[in-house]
Design a protein. Sequence first.
Length: 104
Amino acid sequence: MREDFWNDNQEAQTILKNISTLQEPVDKFHQFWQEANYLNDMLDMAENENEPELLADTVRELETLLKEFREFEMEILFSGPHDAQDAIVAMHAGAGGTEAQDWV
């Protein structure tokens, strides 16, 4: 940090807010990473000790984690400054033919 960082309180607050905003997805990804590593260890243990019930539970947890990660991925993909804005989509009828069948 610069020595004069706290001299402009408003700018300092803006920077700290930006850091916090950027840190949240990093922390969430780190949590996913830790959970995936833990579940990987549980899978290894279930297979090595021939525990079908533990294996089934771990697979269910992995499926849940994957679903949550995919939702997180969509949040990250659509977190740009303009992603919350409206969009206009226009479709115009063509002359027909094989291209027109794509929308049937």
